[in-house]
Design a protein around this ligand. Structure first.
Ligand SMILES: [Zn+2]
Length: 197
């Protein structure tokens, strides 16, 4: 009799476990579906062909991409063509290009959304620079002479390539004209020409 009761209890447990598994599979399938549709929206919003999330867990990739999508809706500037956006388990952004032709930006999987916003703007700044050969222009050479890199950021002093990206991140920041002082007129004009013309 005891054996029969424990057999019934065991089969009850097995049924519950199987139901639990089915539920988990269902939730995972739904998440996978919404992650891929989110990827499509980000691609469209940022003028990008591919998105990969590497070894980032799906839930984390979803949070990062969701923020990027909302953030990109606040951009009023022209989006340069991006071939690929990679979300990775790294603590910084990165820009990879092949002569301005193949452009890829790498963004960190981070819960620090302010930093993610900055990385996105900085890396897009590189894409704007490379796709327009901005630092090859006469205007840049003239304006460059009197840019005080320290007033932009400490990283802006690294080299001219980083300075241009930092200028774009600075100019397009939500804090521009608030906690970030407005740039000298000619510098702002030069950056705006690439952003808005
Ligand atoms: Zn950079």
């Amino acid at each position: 009799m005891n054996n029969i009761i424990s057999l019934i209890r065991l089969s009850g447990k097995l049924v519950m476990a199987a139901l639990g598994m089915l539920l988990t599979i269902n939730v995972l399938a739904q998440e996978a579906q919404s992650l891929s549709s989110l990827e499509e929206e980000v691609k469209e919003s940022l003028n990008c062909s591919f998105i990969t999330t590497n070894d980032v867990p799906e839930m984390e990739a979803y949070k990062v991409l969701d923020f990027i999508l909302q953030d990109s809706k606040s951009f009023t500037f022209h989006h340069p063509y991006l071939r690929k956006i990679v979300i990775c388990n790294s603590n910084r952004g990165e820009y990879i290009t092949n002569n301005g032709y193949f452009t890829e930006i790498r963004l960190p999987n981070t819960p620090d959304l302010k930093f993610l916003d900055y990385c996105l703007r900085h890396e897009i700044g590189h894409a704007i620079d490379h796709s327009n050969d901005a630092r090859g222009s006469k205007e840049w050479k003239t304006v460059r002479k009197h840019i005080d890199t320290k007033s932009i950021s400490s990283y802006a002093g690294t080299n001219d390539e980083e300075l241009f990206a930092e200028l774009v991140a600075y100019r397009t920041s939500k804090e521009y004209g608030k906690s970030l002082p407005i740039l000298p007129d000619d510098i702002e004009k030069m950056i705006d020409r690439y952003l808005y013309n």
